[in-house]
Design a protein around this ligand. Structure first.
Ligand code: PAF
Length: 284
């Protein structure tokens, strides 16, 4: 049994803890989360641990990154369970601010990242990446870690965060961690908890279809045909609808050129099963 995890809820208390560690010459790692933790999050904490003497994890369900018809209210929340899991994984401190602490009355600043925020989920979820970029900028300024770890499962989010840290000259290393998967390859996600048993079986097709699309693009097959046959495969497997399956340049998320793919490729997908929207991606 690990000792109980200390929890702070204000920016001032977070800064006091982190400031004391830094004054003692310790490196600080940070893993921002929205809670409902699973093995994927814990792998981020363990990775942060390998790069830092102390690890902070935030648990904050950020209202500004959810659209009006999305699952902000329904998003699973269990702080006691999250704290126990974080302690087991080697986290030193949980930062769990309230919405009022994060966005005090009068908050008037939004961080908008051009380019990488625009396609894919930027089109499917208007405003989502402005919410993510704003809260991540605030979290990084509040915690001031030396290194922050984000999952590659949210690949576009990772590129948005890398871009804002670069463009805003923020003194933090951003580390991407490989996607944690279930035995059948389904990417771990807090939203998998919404799936019925039948939907859970269908969900396993997403990573298989992505792997096949990546194989075909890398083999030089035409990109547009490969993408549309991946969409057809997901629908045939039982997905209710497909927002996109697209092969992109990993660093910029720009479209690939018309000819056979040269250089690295990342295939990204978002598809719906009933009320659940799943995302995943694969690259070489
Ligand atoms: O990936 C998430 O859980 C969230 O988007 C993040 C990065 C914690 C910002 O709210």
């Amino acid at each position: 049994m690990s000792a109980e995890l200390p929890i702070v809820r204000t920016v001032a208390d977070l800064r006091a803890e982190v400031g004391a560690w830094k004054a003692a010459g310790q490196r600080v790692g940070f893993t921002p989360t929205m809670g409902a933790l699973h093995e994927g999050h814990l792998s981020l904490v363990r990775l942060a641990r390998t790069r830092a003497d102390r690890v902070v994890a935030s648990v904050f369900v950020n209202p500004t990154q959810f659209g009006p018809n999305e699952d902000f209210e329904a998003y699973p929340r269990d702080e006691a369970r999250d704290a126990a899991l974080l302690a087991e994984a080697g986290c030193d401190l949980m930062y769990a601010p309230t919405v009022a602490e994060m966005y005090p009355p009068g908050s008037a600043t939004t961080v908008i990242v051009g380019g990488v925020s625009e396609p894919l989920d930027g089109l499917a979820r208007p405003g989502h990446f402005a919410g993510v970029a704003t809260v991540v900028t605030k979290l990084l300024n509040q915690c001031a870690p030396d290194v922050a770890v984000f999952g590659e499962k949210d690949f576009q989010q990772l590129q948005v965060i890398r871009t804002l840290v670069r463009d805003l000259d923020m003194p933090v290393d951003i580390l991407g961690a490989p996607t944690a998967r279930a035995a059948d390859g389904l990417a771990l996600s807090s939203r998998n908890a919404y799936l019925t048993e039948a939907e859970r079986r269908i969900a396993a097709h997403l990573n298989q279809v992505l792997a096949e699309a990546l194989r075909r693009v890398k083999a030089g097959e035409p990109v547009a045909e490969t993408e549309s046959s991946a969409v057809d495969s997901l629908k045939a497997a039982g997905f209710s609808s497909v927002d996109y399956v697209e092969a992109r340049v990993p660093a910029t998320l720009a479209r690939l050129g018309p000819g056979p793919a040269v250089g690295p490729v990342r295939v990204l997908a978002a598809a719906r099963l009933g009320r659940t929207r799943l995302i995943d991606n694969m690259g070489d």
